[in-house]
Write a protein that binds this ligand. Structure first.
Ligand code: ADP
Ligand code: MG
Length: 875
């Protein structure tokens, strides 16, 4: 005989479900709560902050930890759980507890994972929700497939760079919520997972399931022509996961291009972060600091998604960019009409997500009514736009706004104009749509009228005016008679319940009417559910079509937003062409300009392929170097996304890759400033940059001692100049570089001007040609509040160092001569050496005891680094 289970039947049922759903947090419906036990209870209590209690003891008397959430607010908790990366199985009661014999039957009715939810309350905002599958080789190029099931968009492709880092970097523009990974070689798995964790700390990671067979992939996901084998594998694994989690949605997804003609400006993860395109570098910053935050004046949810996607995936295709610009320009010239259109757009709900919920069978009647109304607005707006003879991109968008034929009439005939938000049984359909439901509702109404009549009749015959009919869950309908009138209760009443001030009764007649009410209501529920399912089956056929309308809404909104911004902020249309120039007149930083307003100082830039591909920027700390470099990067991103830009004039020769590295100083907050990291990033840039790239290097080489850094910065600059021939801005505090630049044919110096004022220096934030001859480090130190004594000592030292030094011979001759710093002197051959060198010479290593050797080495090192710090250009 098997041993009796130590668990109560309920817990036994729960354990059974747990065993079938390993790795899931199981929420187990018991009465009005979703409960969970044991370790899951501890986890739930910790993650969503609910009380940890204990369920009554099992048969062995052990109390089991328990935590639960009320069923009516489960979605709020689900939202918090999936955003923290959990996978949740919802286990519901699948029979009515009132009629159940013994234990209520329970089954998992849905599984919720971060990348497969469709409910707004769980998604927590209009932003894209990407589920991604990646196939990673150790060194070759990997592949990704990314889907947003709520909008039907499916992207795939090869990674932008080699190995694990290249692959992880190409996902940055998606900000995935859930990642299914596959490592081709076993030893790639650990570094891959580690890299994913670092880059996407809140995403859920899981090893990808085995792929679907080629033929099982929906045709809408098979691209034209053959795809790379790894890409196909990523697709099929992603589809396999969806078939298990959201099977109804799989057929409604379709392949979408990431850029027009497949060409886009590649922004790696570092660049996206440094330029703060869609996320602030410091997560605590207000949202206003990102490019997206500053540009997001969209009026619809799909519009916001489109804008975010465009900014993170700008185009690298002149005609694609021009067609967006033509649309923006045309909209801009509509003036007041544009604002009218934006107001109409504003009333359109998130059509895509509603239709995804149709397919996911989680839609309410009010949402279908909103879908209908939104489609009508979009349709009418499309016709209005088409009437004005718009440019091609808008003409085709206007066409795509047309409602899919048959859907609006279907929704109109089925759904009431304004359905009751509470979803009471029998109120989902417009009268006439479901005759069976109408008939049963009529029967219910008739029975309820009889109840009222019966109440009146009993009042009159008994003479008790306060006798009334009430209802409760346990006993159903009853007569209630208050205590003072009990003597007059008629004899055909049967007593059912006693409450504080009254007695409750029933009668044959009451029971008969009650059973008709109950029958009618149950009939309504089943008839309505069946018709509802039928309706959703019909609406579901339109899901891909509604996704298309929604995408057109999003694009029109994004283009309208570009036009709106251009109009209100005075932005200009940049010329984007196949040249390799980068010319800006009176350019402003798109974000800082909004914050600083009038006090922002505009600047020019003039990169030209043969004479000025490369610009080395110098100037004291706080003079504006980093700001300018980000400004240039953002301007290229905006121009190639199709937006107008904050400048008087701009001409952008197409950029296909944009690299941005901010050195030591700007990364300090990230606690990861190791020289090794910096160098491997520079190495990656040098490997993959080409003539169409734009490279922004800020203080590279700063993470090491002066000479290493200078030497590396110089060699890097030279390589970019001679080999990759990319356009490049490089900011540096190594003033020696400026002399070396004069020997390069296509590089020039520029610096940020400062003025000496009575209280120190004044930053003009204006970029002027040529190199600076002073670093102003001491002045900046004064501004920063260093004690006067320290400043005086520093100035004295500086003067001495300056007088000791000898000018290095500049390769191009002698544009500027003047005192330089000791490190420059040391760099030039055969000049004075550091006193430490002489001391080293005097030492006899063979005669030093190990301890003494270590001490001496430390001391020499201290003195050497002290003096190099002192002589360094900026503090
Ligand atoms: P650097 O990189 O040279 O140390 P930053 O670019 O970090 O200097 O600029 C320092 C500060 O100067 C910025 O935070 C900003 O407030 C101000 N600034 C920079 N550029 C401008 C400008 N063009 N106009 C007005 N203020 C500016
Ligand atoms: Mg800086």
């Amino acid at each position: 005989m098997p041993e009796p289970s130590p668990l109560t039947p309920l817990l036994e049922q729960y354990e059974g479900v747990k065993a079938r759903y390993p790795g899931h947090l199981v929420l187990f419906r018991v009465g009005d709560f979703y409960e969970t036990y044991g370790d899951d209870a501890r986890l739930l209590s910790r993650e969503v902050d609910v009380v940890l209690t204990a369920r009554s003891p099992d048969t062995k008397g052990v109390r089991i930890p328990m935590a639960g959430v009320p069923h009516h607010s489960v979605e709020t908790y689900l939202g918090r759980l999936v955003r923290k990366g959990y996978k949740v199985a919802i286990c519901d009661q699948v029979e009515d507890p009132r009629f159940a014999k013994g234990l209520v039957r329970r089954e998992v009715t849905r599984v919720v994972t971060p990348g497969t939810v469709v409910e707004d309350r769980i998604l927590g905002g209009p932003d894209h929700s990407f589920l991604v599958s990646i196939v990673a080789p150790s060194h070759a190029v990997g592949a990704y497939a990314a889907v947003d099931i709520t909008t039907g968009e499916w992207f795939h492709g090869a990674a932008d760079g080699h190995g694990v880092d290249g692959l992880v970097s190409s996902l940055a523009a998606f900000q995935p919520r859930e990642i299914l990974w596959t490592a081709r070689e076993e030893d790639t798995a650990a570094p891959l997972v580690a890299a994913l964790r670092r880059e996407f700390p809140s995403a859920r990671l899981e090893a990808a399931p085995s792929p679907l067979a080629e033929g099982e992939l929906p045709t809408s996901l098979r691209g034209p022509g053959s795809v790379l084998e790894e890409v196909g594998e990523a697709d099929r694994r992603l589809a396999s996961y969806l078939r298990a989690t959201q099977p109804r949605l799989l057929p409604h997804l379709s392949l979408t291009e990431r850029g027009s003609g497949g060409r886009r400006l590649v922004l790696d993860a570092k660049t996206l972060r440094h330029l703060e395109i869609n996320r602030p570098m410091n997560p605590d910053d207000a949202k206003g600091v990102t490019l997206l935050g500053t540009w997001d004046e969209t009026v619809t949810a799909p519009g916001r998604r489109t804008l975010a996607f465009w900014l993170a995936n700008p185009l690298a295709d002149v005609s694609g960019i021009a067609s967006r610009q033509d649309a923006v320009e045309w909209l801009l010239h509509r003036g007041a009409a544009l604002e009218g259109w934006r107001n109409r757009l504003r009333s359109i709900p998130d059509l895509s997500r509603i239709s995804a919920r149709v397919a996911g069978r989680r839609v309410r009647a009010v949402e279908l009514a909103a879908l209908r109304a939104g489609l009508e607005v979009a349709d009418a707006l499309g016709r209005t736009v088409a009437e004005g003879d718009p440019p091609p991109r808008l003409r085709s968008l206007a066409g795509e706004l047309a409602s899919p034929s048959g859907l609006v009439p279907l929704l109109e005939s089925a759904i009431p104009e304004t359905p009751s938000p509470g979803e009471e049984a029998g109120e989902r359909f417009r009268p006439g749509h479901a005759p069976e439901v109408d008939r049963l509702r009529e029967a219910e109404r008739a029975a309820l009228a009889e109840l009222t009549a019966l109440e009146r009749a009993e009042q009159e015959s008994s003479g008790v005016r306060t006798l009334k009919i009430g209802y409760n869950q346990v006993f159903g309908y009853y007569f209630e008679v208050t205590k003072p009138h009990l003597a007059r209760v008629p004899s055909h009443f049967r007593r059912r319940q006693t409450v504080a001030q009254a007695e409750r009764f029933t009668s044959d007649q009451l029971e008969e009417i009650e059973s008709r009410v109950r029958e009618a209501r149950e009939g309504i529920r089943t008839a309505e559910a069946a018709r509802w399912e039928e309706l959703l089956d019909s609406v579901e056929r339109y899901v891909p079509a509604v996704h298309r309308v929604s995408r057109a809404v999003g694009e029109l909104d994004a283009l309208g937003t570009f036009a709106h911004l251009a109009q209100h902020r005075g932005y200009v249309r940049p010329t984007v062409d196949e040249s390799s120039v980068l010319v800006v007149r009176d350019g402003r930083h798109p974000v800082l300009d909004r914050i600083l307003g009038e006090s922002f100082v505009p600047n020019d830039l003039d990169l030209e392929p043969d004479t000025r591909r490369l610009l080395v920027l110098t100037g004291p700390n706080m003079s504006g170097k980093s700001t300018f470099m980000r400004q240039v990067g953002l301007l290229v991103v905006l121009a190639q996304a199709g937006s107008f830009v904050p400048a008087k004039f701009a001409r952008v020769g197409l950029v296909t890759k944009l690299f941005t590295r901010m050195g030591f100083t700007d990364e300090i907050g990230r606690g990861k400033s190791s020289f090794m990291v910096e160098m491997s990033e520079v190495a990656e840039i040098l490997r993959s940059a080409d003539e169409r790239s734009l490279i922004l290097l800020d203080e590279v080489g700063r993470g090491t001692s002066t000479f290493d850094g200078l030497a590396i910065a110089w060699a890097t600059l030279r390589h970019i100049h001679d080999q990759t021939r990319s356009r490049c801005l490089l900011a540096t505090h190594y003033h020696q570089l400026t002399d070396l630049v004069r020997g390069l044919s296509a590089a020039e110096n520029a610096h940020f001007a400062v003025r000496d004022g009575p209280d120190g220096i004044v930053f003009l934030h204006r970029l002027v040609p040529g190199a600076t001859d002073r670093s102003y480090g001491v002045h900046v130190a004064r501004l920063a509040g260093l004690p006067e004594g320290v400043l005086a000592e520093a100035e004295r030292l500086l003067r001495r160092l300056e007088s000791e030094s000898v000018m290095p011979v500049s390769p191009k001759g002698n544009r500027r001569r003047g005192p330089r710093y000791t490190q420059a002197v040391l760099l030039a051959e055969g000049t004075t050496e550091h006193p430490v060198i002489d001391e080293l010479r005097k030492l006899d290593p063979d005669r030093l005891a190990p301890e003494e050797a270590a001490r001496t080495l430390k001391e020499l090192h201290r003195r050497a680094s002290d003096s190099s710090k002192r002589s360094e250009g900026s503090p």
